[in-house]
Design a protein around this ligand. Sequence first.
Ligand code: C2E
Ligand code: MG
Ligand code: MG
Length: 601
Amino acid sequence: MDTAPVEPTSPPAPTEPGGWPAPFVARPRPAPAETHFQADVLKHVTDAIIALDLEGRVTYWNAGAERLHGLLAERVLGRLLSDCVQYAILPDPDEDLPATRVADARAAIRHAADGSGDLIYSAPDGQRRVVSVSTSVLLDDRGAEQGMLALVRDVSVQREMAAGLRHQALHDGLTGLPNRILFSARIERALERGAPCAVLFVDLDRFKGINDTLGHDTGDLLLTTIAERMLEVMDPSGVVARLGGDEFGVLVPGPPERALEVAEQLIERISTPVNVGPRTITPRASIGVVVHAERYADSMSPLRDADTAMYEAKRLGQGHVAVFDQAMHESAAFRFGLEHDLRHAIRADQMRLRFQPIIDLETGTVVGFEALVRWQHPELGLVEPSEFVPIAEEIGVVPDLDRWVLRQAIAELSAWPEAEAHHTVNVNCSVQGFLQDDFASHAAAAVREAELAPHRLIFELTERTFVDPVAAQATLNALHGHGLGLCIDDFGAGYSSLALLHTLTVDSLKIDRSFVADLADSHTARAVVRAVVQLSTDLNLKAVAEGIETPEQLATLRHIGCRYGQGFLFSKPVDATEARAMITAPPWRTSWRRWEQTPAP
Ligand code: C2E
Ligand code: MG
Ligand code: MG
C-alpha cells in the first residue's frame, strides 16, 4: 500500500460571528487543484481581498478589490499599496470632526482592523465609500510571517441607514435642530472639556396663543423661522437645539460676557416681525442664562437652572433675559416643595373654603357669596390662592381643586336653612377645569344631588377661558341649559372684554378691582366703570364691583348706579359660620347709614 501522508482536505475557512474569516493559520500547502478552486472562490467574493507582503506591496488583489477601488489588479500588483490608494479614518459619529487622511494605507488598514472604526475610501469616480476592515497575518510553511491579508467590506449603505436613523433619533423633525437628547450629550461633552461655557433656555412668549388662534401651520412656520434666526446669531462653535414645543436650548462656549451678548442678539433677532399670510406677527422670547455651566457635574442641572432663570425672565415681562443665581435656586427649590405638597393637599384635607359676601349696594344687604379657596399647609400655615393656584394650574391639579371647591360650596349652601335659601354662591373656575368634557354634566349632577336651585350656583370665568371661543361655547351652552349661573370675572382686565359680551351668554360681570381702586382719583376709571354699568344695564346683566375698600368708592359706585359689590369695606373672606351670620347681622350695619351719606367725589 502506498503510505504517502494523506493531504488534509481543507474545509472552507471558518467564520467568526459577523462573517469575517477566522485568523489565518499556517497549514500545509494546498494541492494545485485546491489552489485553483480557492482562487476561483476568491474571485467571486464581493468583498475586497488584498494580500500584502512584509513591505506593503500588493501580492493579491481580487475582483472585489478591483470593483471597490476602481483599480484593476494589473495596476496594483507588485506596487506599494500606499502608492495606489488612500484611506481616511472615519471619526466617531458623536464627534463633529472631519475625517483624517492617513498617508500610509497599510497603517490605516491596521488602525481600522484594531477595532478603531471604519475607513473612508474616495473612489476615482468621486464617490466616497465607507469600508470596514479585518486583517489576518499571513504565515509561510515554516510559520514565519509573510505578510498581511485584508478583507475590506463596503458598508456604505448600512452606515448611511444607521446614520439616517441616528439623525432622526437625535434631531427635531420640524426644524432639523438637535433635540433634547443630543443637546444634553453636547453639554455633557462641554462639561468633560471643562472650558468656560453657558447654557441658555429660550422660550417663546405667548406662543400657545398664536398656535391656538392662528393654527398649527402658522405655529410651525414661526418655529422654523425662529430656528433659522437663532442659527444666524450663533456661530458654529455653539449648539442651537429645540427642546420641545416653543422651547430652545443654546450652548455658548466662552466667558459669561459672550453668553449675554448672544442672549441679547437672540432677543433682538427673534423679535423681527414675521409675515404670515396677511398678518404680521412680532415674536418675542424670554431667555434664562446659566453662566459657568462647566462647573456643573451633569448636563441636566445647567438646563434645569436655565429653565428656572427663564421663568424669572418671564416674570419681568416679554423679551427679557435673566441670569440664574443662588436666590433663584432657593425659590425654585421652595416652589418644587410646594408642587410636591400640593399634589397631596386635597386628599390630605388641607384645603379650606372662605366666603366673601356680595352686597346689594342700594340696601346694604347680602345677596350671595364668593367662595375663595385657601391652603392650610402643615408647615407654612395659610397659603393664599395667588401663591398656589398658578402652580396648581401648571402641574394640572387645578381641575381637582375646583371640583373640591364646588362640592364644598354646594354642601355649605344646601345646609343653610330655608330662610337663607335665596342666596347665591359664586365659585371660580380655571380654564383647565372648564374645558374638561364632563365639566357641565358634573356640575349639573352635583347641584341636582344637593337639591339646590341651579341658578344659586354661579361660575366665575376669566377671559382666559375664551381664548378658544369655540371650545368654550359648548360648555357654556350646556351650563346655561342646566340653568346654572355664569359670570365674567375681572372684567376689563384683559384685552377682549367687549368682544366677549357680544358673543357669550352670561348673567353677570365683575368689574375688575383695578378700576374700583382708581375711582376716587381717576376720571378715566370713573368713565370706564360708568360705561360698563350702562352696558350691563342695556344687556340685562348684573354688574358687581370688586375690591371696594373705602366709603368714597362705595359712594361713587352708588352714584354711578352699580347695583352690586364686594370688598374689604364690608368683609374679608370668612369661614362658613361667620358668613352665614352676616346674612342676618351684617357687621357693617352700624356704618351703613354713614356710608350712605358720604358724598360721591
Ligand atoms: P378673584 O376671583 O378675582 O377673587 C377676588 C380676590 O380679591 C380674592 O383674593 C379676594 O380676597 C380679593 N379681594 C376681595 N375684596 C378685596 C378688597 O377690597 N381689596 C383687595 N385688595 N382684595 C380684595 P383671593 O382670595 O386671594 O383670590 C385670588 C384669586 O385666586 C381669585 O381672584 C381667583 O382668581 C383665584 N381663586 C381663588 N379661589 C379659587 C378657586 O377656588 N379656584 C380657582 N380656580 N381660582 C381661585
Ligand atoms: Mg372670582
Ligand atoms: Mg375677580
